[in-house]
Design a protein around this ligand. Structure first.
Ligand SMILES: *Cc1c(COP(=O)(O)O)cnc(C)c1O
Length: 392
């Protein structure tokens, strides 16, 4: 079967590959501890589960949903932005419902970028920005995220000739994979530069509700005038433990929201109404205590993992947010070598940093979305594997 030639431009999805590795190892009877994918291990916020049960009993939810998200859902997102970030949003023109933010991120790139355009991308980054840019025939321009710059791109280093052809700029804070956070000052600079150069500023807010030691992330839309140039993706997946439910929203710049809605309504028919009802219940419930409890759990795991890695001789900075740890592979191994090494010698799956871009080469990511005792066991096995490696 001959696939379309555009398929040659994209790799198989990383986490599908990692799932295959785990399945193969487990088929051989090995106990594999996966510290790979970032997928909350705890149950969904209970009010959403209750609301869904109720909603599916109502046959009205069984029909095609509102393409752009129900008014109730869009209003609930707007209300939450008001409460959480003091940002007002018009639910009709500045909010669109999504079947998870991955879908919206991919489709926004298709709606905005074309051959000849440049899309400014962090490197390392969530792989979808890059693969969709390539598929859409636009040109990715990597903005390196380095430890020296706190894993923030140096926006002033982008040449004018690049700005001139740039159509979109992607940011993701709190950041996957590095765990870094962005300040309001940084967002101000990004809003100013994108405004000057007529570039759509795209903020992937998958981890906006996650923070340690009381850290509360800002939204890019808090910057005055940001809505003229910025759109933000707010996903319920990670903060509400709802990854399987597929529900998120894109909010902000009305023209970008409209472009995304126009493309989407020609492609899909919106999230299941019962799931939207459940999301409304979650957003209206006053979820701050739920976030606090989840962040406390991840913080405890972060502390355990930081201590363990440090005692293995792996230097790293404790992240202020997300549920990821980002560190350099030991013994100067490449990411791929270290991934294979820890699978073989420890039965532990880590995510290779190079999967997030060239600047992720030599780095590894651990996800804290695993039962604390299993995390501890995985770290002990890693320590043992490092001990038994002959010095080079
Ligand atoms: C998990 C993740 C997403 C996807 O979230 P969904 O809303 O579940 O599609 C998007 N961006 C980043 C950076 C993520 O880590």
């Amino acid at each position: 079967m001959q696939w379309a030639s555009r398929m040659e431009k994209i790799p198989p999805y990383l986490f599908l590959e990692l799932d295959n590795i785990i399945a193969q190892e487990r088929a051989q009877g090995r106990d594999i501890i996966s510290l790979g994918i970032g997928d909350p291990d705890r149950p969904t916020i209970p009010v959403a589960v209750e609301a869904l049960k109720h909603a599916v009993d109502n046959p009205a939810t069984h029909r095609y949903p509102n393409y752009l998200g129900s008014l109730e859902f869009r209003q609930a997102v707007a209300n939450w932005y008001e409460r959480r970030f003091h940002v007002s949003l018009d639910p009709i023109h500045e909010v669109v419902g999504l079947i998870g933010s991955k879908e919206g991120i991919a489709h926004l790139i298709w709606a905005m970028a074309e051959p000849g355009d440049i899309v400014l991308l962090p490197d390392p980054a969530y792989p979808v920005y890059y693969t969709q840019t390539i598929l859409a025939g636009a040109e990715p321009y990597a903005m390196p995220l380095t430890a020296e710059h706190g894993f923030l791109p140096d926006l002033r280093a982008i040449p004018d000739a690049v700005w001139a052809r740039a159509k979109m700029l992607w940011l993701n804070y709190p950041n996957n994979p590095t765990g870094a956070v962005a300040s309001r000052e940084f967002y101000q600079e990004a809003v100013d530069l994108c405004g000057q150069h007529d570039v759509l500023l795209c903020s992937d807010g998958a981890y906006l509700e996650m923070g340690f030691d009381g850290y509360l992330a800002p939204s890019v839309l808090e910057i005055p005038g940001a809505k003229e140039t910025a759109i933000e993706f707010y996903s319920l997946s990670k903060p509400f433990n709802m990854t399987g439910w597929r529900i998120a929203a894109a909010v902000g710049n009305a023209s970008a929201v409209q472009a995304l809605g126009t493309l989407k309504s020609n492609l899909d028919s919106g999230p299941f109404t019962a799931v939207q009802d459940a999301a409304v219940a979650a957003l209206q419930s006053g979820p701050a205590p739920f976030f606090t409890a989840m962040n406390a759990l991840y913080q405890e795991r972060r502390n355990i993992a930081v201590r363990a890695l440090t005692s293995m001789g792996i230097p790293l900075q404790a992240p202020e947010a997300t549920f990821y740890l980002w560190f350099q592979a030991p013994f100067g191994m490449t990411s791929a070598e270290a991934t294979t090494y820890f699978i073989r010698e420890a039965g532990v799956l880590l995510t290779p940093g190079e999967a997030y871009g060239t600047h992720g080469q030599g780095w590894m990511r651990i996800s804290l979305t695993i039962d604390t005792a299993r995390l501890q066991e995985g770290l002990e096995r890693m320590a043992a594997a490092i001990q038994k490696r002959p010095p080079v």
